[in-house]
Design a protein around this ligand. Structure first.
Ligand code: ZN
Length: 236
């Protein structure tokens, strides 16, 4: 686990050079954002100890396996003292609720830990404001640290090579209630995050970007160009 201090409030924890979790410093301890794949609990807890605080909360950007993989082991090891917060829609999916017709692509592992809190846009996790950014997964959220405008964008963007919109389109069929749900919605989420004008952008995969506005604009422009006509929407 590689630990990179990005700001006084934020440390990026990287496993196997490709998947990130984050320690967000609060007065009462750390909020851990995402948990990487399974097998990471010990190293995540050790990284928090090394940084000098205990993990008080675990907040998830979304329910994919490379983000919730170590959740159960963390919950076992940290016990009742840790609060788990998960986006509402992804929590329902992980709880086994059928949200869409057909198979939901992406890795949705079996997770035993039920969240203490199901997050919706506008909720707060310590200093982090919950920002809706659906479509990479149905309930995906980002977290904006309002102390310094650091944006933890989960998988809406990836940062390998150049910054890109992660245009995984994961829903073959629309939500019953959201007939216009399509790949363009992922780009809409990217635009919504850009509009927050973050000072620092961190993502689930790849390095951090300071003053990311121009790079986000370029990534969004590329993603818009790549949008298929109307309904040619499904891709991996
Ligand atoms: Zn994902």
């Amino acid at each position: 686990m590689r630990s990179t201090v990005l700001t006084e409030n934020l440390t990026q924890l990287t496993r196997w050079r490709f998947v990130n979790a984050f320690l967000v410093r609060e007065e009462d301890g750390f909020t851990l954002v995402d948990t990487t794949l399974s097998g990471g609990a010990g190293a995540l807890i050790a990284a928090a100890e090394e940084a000098g605080l205990v993990i008080r909360r675990i907040a998830l950007t979304h329910g994919h396996g490379d983000h919730v993989g170590s959740l159960d082991a963390l919950k076992r090891q940290l016990g009742g003292s840790v609060e788990v917060l998960m986006p509402e829609v992804d929590a329902r999916i992980l709880a086994g609720e059928k949200i869409v017709d057909g198979k939901l692509p992406g890795s949705w592992p079996k997770v035993e830990t039920a969240p203490d809190v199901r997050l919706s846009a506008g909720d707060w996790v310590g200093s982090l404001e919950v920002v809706a950014s659906p479509c990479h997964s149905p309930g995906h959220v980002a977290f904006l640290d309002t102390r310094d405008r650091t944006l933890i964008a989960g998988d809406v963007f990836t940062a390998y090579g150049h910054l890109a919109v992660t245009s995984h389109f994961y829903l073959r069929f629309p939500f019953a209630a959201m007939a216009t749900w399509d790949r363009a919605a992922d780009v809409d989420s990217a635009r919504a995050l850009r509009a927050l004008d973050p000072a620092l952008l961190v993502v689930g995969h790849g390095p951090s970007h300071r003053d990311p506005g121009a790079a986000m604009d370029r990534a969004i422009a590329r993603a818009r160009k790549a949008l298929p006509a109307a309904d040619a929407a499904v891709q991996g």
